[in-house]
Design a protein around this ligand. Structure first.
Ligand SMILES: [Zn+2]
Length: 133
């Protein structure tokens, strides 16, 4: 946990809602449905925003689902991210980390491990963070 940062603990039902929202939107990955990645995030206002990967033939321009979900929330004026589904690639962990530094919320990564739902704060996934805490 980051000193002075807020951290939320989601109920099992909230976690399941997020995971389900990510699964449902997987059909909208671009350009090929179900062949990319999808995530869902929860804001401090209780709203869920989803994101899907948006591919480019150059690969360099491909947008990860975490980036589109964070942008989706920002478009609606929401930048305080309580939780987001994972696992996430390292580029996206950096993006979530930077969002966390700005919002003052230690965003929780909701992921499943061996069928069990886990909640891991982004700060725990950034042992040598940049920028530092
Ligand atoms: Zn990513």
């Amino acid at each position: 946990m980051i000193k002075g940062k807020k951290i939320y603990s989601l109920t099992k039902m909230e976690c399941q809602r997020l995971i389900q929202a990510a699964k449902e939107v997987l059909q909208n990955t671009y350009p090929k449905p179900k062949e990319g990645y999808a995530v869902a995030l929860l804001t401090d206002k209780g709203n869920i925003y989803v994101g899907v990967s948006y591919g480019s033939n150059t690969e360099t321009l491909t947008m990860h689902s975490e980036a589109t979900a964070l942008a989706h929330a920002a478009i609606h004026g929401e930048t305080k991210i309580v939780a987001i589904t994972g696992p996430n690639c390292h580029i996206c962990k950096q993006l979530i980390w930077e969002s966390s530094l700005r919002s003052g919320i230690d965003t929780v990564i909701v992921h499943q491990e061996k069928g069990e739902i886990k909640q891991t704060p982004i700060s725990k996934l950034m042992p040598y963070p940049w920028p530092a805490r």
